[in-house]
Each structure stands twice: as C-alpha cells, then as structure tokens.
Write a protein that binds this ligand. Structure first.
Ligand code: SRM
Length: 565
C-alpha cells in the first residue's frame, strides 16, 4: 500500500498549526525546557499545540478567571478499547489523587482524563504513567485518537477478537517521534537543531501529520455501543458460523460544528465496503492517508475527513482507496444495529467469568458523601485482579471476575453506598455530558455540572406524566463541538451561551440517525416547560411502544424544516 501519494489540491495559506508541525516535525516544541523551568508559569501558545500530540491540554480554571489566570493541565490517556488491568487502574487512581483534582473522568472515547494537574505535577504524572507501561501518546492532536471497541466482555467469541483488532490498529497508527519518550520519560529536551530531528518525517503521517484529528471505532452488531457512524472509520464486525470473518468499513463520520457556520455540520459515516482482518491495518492506513493528503490544511474547521467524503463523494473515495491499496474492497455484508448503550448490573461472559456494569454519573469517578465510588473501585482493584473497561457512554464495566468473588465485590460497593441493582433510572443511565466548565476552554455553557440536576427535574416530569420507566437518550454539551455526541441523542442540548442551549430532537435507539435542531435557543428555565409540551403531544400521538426520538422524527420533522446547524 502506498503511503506517499500527495494531494493534487492547490492550497492557499496553511494554518498556524501546519507551520508549527512543518517547523518541528518531531513535535518536541520547547516542552521539556519549559517543563523543567520552575519559573515558567505555562507553555507558550505554540507549545500548547505540540502538547496536544502528547495527550495534554493547557487549561485554566474558568471559575477563578476574575481573580487571575490559574493554569492547570488536562491529561488524557491512550487506552485502546478502554481496557485497564487492576494495577493499571490503581496507577490512574493514585496519580489523580497525587497530581490531579482527586477525580478521574471517563471520556466518551473510553479513556481517562486527569483534570486540574498543576505544572509541578505534570512531569511526575507523565513519567509514572509511562513507567507503569501506559501512555498518553496521540490521545489528542492531528493523529489517530483512542480506538474504541465494544466494552462488554466476551458474550460471543467475536468480542475478544474485535478488541484484539482495535488494539492492533491503535499500535499500528501511533506516530513514531522520539520526542514523547525523551520529554516525559527522560525529562530531556530534544535537540531541535540536529539534522535528524530537523528532517524527521513520520513514516505514516509524513512531516506535517494529519490536517486534523482522526477517529476509529469498532462495533459488533446488533449493539452500536461505540456510536460507530460518528467516527472517521467505523469497523462493523461481520461473523459467519460464530467466527469473526472481517468488517464492513464505514468512513467519513464526525460531529463537530460551529454556531452560525453552515459550512460545518455533523455527518454520519458511509459504509464503503468489506475488509478482512488481514487487510485491517493497510485499509486503516489508506483511509488515514486520504485524510492526510486531501484534508483542508488551510481551515481547521473544515479539516476533517467527513468534508472530503461529502464534497468528493463516496465513489471518488472508493476509487482513491483502490488506488492506494492496489485492490478494490468488495461490497459490504448485511448487518443491523438495533440499540446502543451499556449493560448494568452483574452478568456472565462466555468464558464463565462474571462482569459488572456500573453507572458513573457524567463519567466522573469521585467520592461524595454516602457515595464513595473512587474509594470502592480502588479497594476492588487492590483486592482483586479484575479488568476495568471504560465505556463510550462514560460508564465502567468490571470484568473477568471469578464468580466466587462476586458477593465480596458487591459487598465492597454496598459498603461505600454503590448499588449494583437499580443503579439509576433508565433515563439517567442513557445520559451523557461533556466536562465543559470550569476546565474546557471552548465551553459556552455548563454541561457536566448542570446535567445531573436537570436530569432530576426531567425524571420528576416523567414520573408526573406516567413515563417514569421511559428510556430517552439525553446528551448535553457546553458547545457545538459534539464531545458527548449530542447530535445522536433523542434529546440533545448544545450550549450557546451561559444558561442557553440549542435543543436537538430525533436521534434513535441504535444511534444510526442524526437528530435535528428543534429550537435554536432554550433558556435553562424553559427546558422543563418545553419538554412538558412535547411529551404531552408524544403521549397523545405515540404509536404503540414508539420511542420519543422516533416520535420526534415521525411527527416533528414533518412540521419543521430540517436544519443542520
Ligand atoms: Fe472533544 C475539543 C473533551 C470526545 C469533538 N474535546 C475538546 C477539548 C479538548 C477542548 C479543547 O480543544 O480545548 C475538550 C476538553 C474538555 C475538558 O476540559 O476535559 C474535549 N472530547 C472531550 C471529551 C473528554 C468529552 C467527554 O465528555 O468525554 C471526549 C474525549 C474523548 C477521548 O478520550 O479521546 C471528547 N470530542 C469528542 C467527540 C466524541 C467522539 O469522539 O466520539 C467529538 C465529536 C466527534 C468528532 O470528532 O467529530 C469531539 N472535541 C471535539 C471538537 C470538534 C472537532 C471538529 O471536527 O470540529 C473539538 C474542538 C477542537 O478539536 O478544536 C473538541
């Protein structure tokens, strides 16, 4: 497979990020110099961009901006498939307690984020994580991000095999720069003037990496628990006689958009063919290099693969893949997704081992009075060799549990106030929020800090309307970038300004349909009255057990003009 085809596109001025990558292709910036200088309060604006490739964001506490900028760092792990061993989990727990804000945040791509890391703690945190054989390389930046895989342990032979493939792809697409190890393990600034470093070209990514981020997810039908169609590549597992024979490949999904910019929009990936397991790495590289070579390097808002597919078309994309691979992909095999979401409570895997799905509100593992989730998980990881699996819906599954240990694990959780049954209402279990304030620099409105109380109000409303057991997928983000995938939800709230949200309606249970904008601005105080009106109409004209999202698509979409932005 050729990795060197270059784009015929004539480009106007490249973005600042492109200039930076071109100037320092090892991505080292002056990171180690600043890191080792106790008088430097923060990294330079240019170095902030390099930091991202190392899994780190420079942030400031937005709650305290009025009294001065207080720099803090967010660190995101690379955890393919969201799988951690007990010792791995304990390391994350310990580092969050020692160098972060005491909490661990499960992300919507099955990773962990540390928040509130102070500069003096950044070096030790990164070094210790790496010494524990875990890393943060390429968790952010213009490269392939954390690869997602179904979080539920083997319920069929397929799941374990799919996880292996996800891990294989994650490794195959890692950038090769030595800067990461040099800075974070050795604490040494890479010599930017050496010929080797000046002329460094990554064998896959080239000198300037990708125009923008790139995301891959795997799913095993009928469960779309990784929100597959929102990824640059989605691999849909196909079985024959119970064995994994390959994947349908979907390409060109992505959700990010900007308010008031109709040129930016969410897009679902197109299914473009079938791939055998042996072809996976080559095909992933071929798709990634189409993004590398044809993505827009002059406008980062337009720099995702989804725009290449949308503008050039699926047939063009398939031809381009054929040219790169030297063979064409056969047609996709039949498949069907019927639902998304996680498993909650105890269940048994095909190997006889137990697993336990635990709901984690907005993905935040922390201790609160009477609900000490962080302490309970630490105790379980200390006493038992379990596998931790972070889910794309920001929950956790404890897996590979000897059935003889189930009762004791339930006991530990119960001692710390965590139920294993009836963990939360169906409504709450299906909800997600992005971190937003106070850490995210892009947030326009609250999300993680607001959704739990809003969910309480919506639960009350549903109870009053005799809809208490209804599952409605509700997702909230503080801005339009789509981090908690609000455009796939049955009800999506997208922050516009403090206390103001766009209201999107009409996603489906399988997360295979984009929702649509219903109201451009809803003030927080208007949300419940607005939902009451909609739910009354839903009760009146619902067909059988129709879900709220399907009702919205059937009834509301015929009333309102479709809007993507
Ligand atoms: Fe995201 C940027 C958090 C998943 C689309 N995202 C950010 C930043 C780093 C803000 C920034 O650039 O300064 C946020 C950090 C907030 C904080 O304080 O922690 C952030 N994104 C997250 C996480 C933690 C949200 C969560 O609730 O878990 C998720 C981390 C995933 C991971 O482990 O890698 C996260 N972000 C997503 C997703 C969902 C997904 O990938 O499945 C999307 C939509 C899918 C997509 O990529 O299209 C998403 N994030 C964005 C975008 C818009 C990209 C675009 O195409 O325009 C941005 C803005 C940017 O990159 O400049 C962004």
């Amino acid at each position: 497979m050729s990795e060197t085809i270059q784009s015929p596109v004539i480009r106007s001025k490249p973005t600042r990020n492109e200039e930076l990558k071109e100037a320092i292709p090892t991505l080292a910036g002056n990171l180690a110099t600043t890191l080792n200088d106790p008088t430097a309060a923060c990294f330079s604006t240019d170095d902030e961009q390099f930091l991202k490739f190392h899994g780190i964001y420079q942030q400031d506490d937005r709650d305290t901006r009025k009294v001065g900028k207080q720099y803090i760092w967010m660190v995101r792990g690379r955890i393919p498939g969201g799988v951690l061993s007990s010792p791995g989990y304990l390391k994350y727990d310990e580092l969050a307690s020692r160098h972060g804000n005491q909490t661990l945040r499960i992300t919507s791509r099955q990773s962990f984020q540390f928040h509130g890391v102070v500069k003096s703690g950044l070096g030790p945190l990164m070094r210790e994580l790496n010494l524990a054989m875990m890393d943060t390389l390429a968790a952010c930046g213009d490269v392939n991000r954390n690869v997602m895989a179904p979080p539920v342990p083997a319920r069929s032979e397929l799941h374990a095999e799919v996880l292996k493939d996800a891990m294989r792809i994650s490794l195959a697409l890692l950038p090769k720069t030595s800067a990461y190890h040099s800075i974070w393990v050795d604490g040494v600034q890479l010599n930017l003037e050496s010929v080797a470093n000046k002329e460094f070209v990554d064998p896959l990514y080239g000198r300037t990496y990708l125009p923008r981020k790139f995301k891959i997810a795997f799913a095993v039908p009928p469960v779309n628990d990784t929100d597959l169609f929102t990824n640059d590549i989605g691999y849909i597992a196909i079985e024959a006689d119970g064995k994994l024979i390959g994947y349908n490949i979907a390409a060109g999904g992505g959700l990010g958009r900007s308010h008031g910019n109709e040129q930016t929009y969410p897009r679902l990936a197109d299914v473009v063919g079938f791939v055998t397991r042996e072809q996976l790495v080559d095909v992933s590289k071929a798709v990634l290099t189409v993004h590398r070579d044809f993505g827009d390097r002059t406008n980062r808002k337009h720099a995702r693969l989804k725009y290449v597919l949308e503008e050039r078309g699926v047939a063009w994309f398939q031809e381009e893949l054929t040219a790169r691979l030297g063979y064409s992909l056969p047609a996709e095999r039949p498949f069907q997704f019927t639902r998304q979401g996680d498993h909650f409570g105890w269940a048994k895997a095909t190997d006889g081992k137990g697993f336990l799905g635990l709901y984690v509100e907005t993905g935040r593992i922390k201790d609160t009075p009477g609900y000490e989730l962080k302490t309970a998980l630490r105790k379980i990881a200390t006493d038992y060799a379990v596998q931790f699996r972070l889910t794309p819906s920001q929950n956790v599954v404890l897996a590979h549990i000897d059935p003889a240990h189930q009762a004791a694990i339930t006991g530990i959780l119960s001692t710390h106030g965590i139920p294993v049954e009836n963990q939360a209402t169906a409504l709450r279990r299906a909800s997600m929020a992005c971190p937003a304030l106070p850490t995210c620099g892009l947030s326009l409105a609250e999300s993680e800090r607001y959704l739990p109380s809003l969910m309480g109000q919506i639960e009350e409303l549903l109870r009053a309307m005799q809809l208490a057991d209804e599952e409605i997928i509700i997702r909230m983000t503080g801005c339009p970038n789509g981090c908690a995938r609000p455009y796939m939800a049955e009800i999506g709230f997208v922050g516009k300004a403090p206390g103001r949200y766009q209201l999107y309606l009409g996603g489906n249970e399988a997360c295979t349909r984009l929702n649509r904008l219903y109201r451009d601005v809803v003030k927080d105080g208007e949300i419940i009255p607005e939902l009451r009106k909609l739910l009354s109409r839903f009760i009146e004209s619902r067909m059988g057990a129709e879900r709220f999202g399907d009702w919205c698509a059937r009834v509301l979409w015929s009333e309102t003009a479709p809007s993507g932005n």
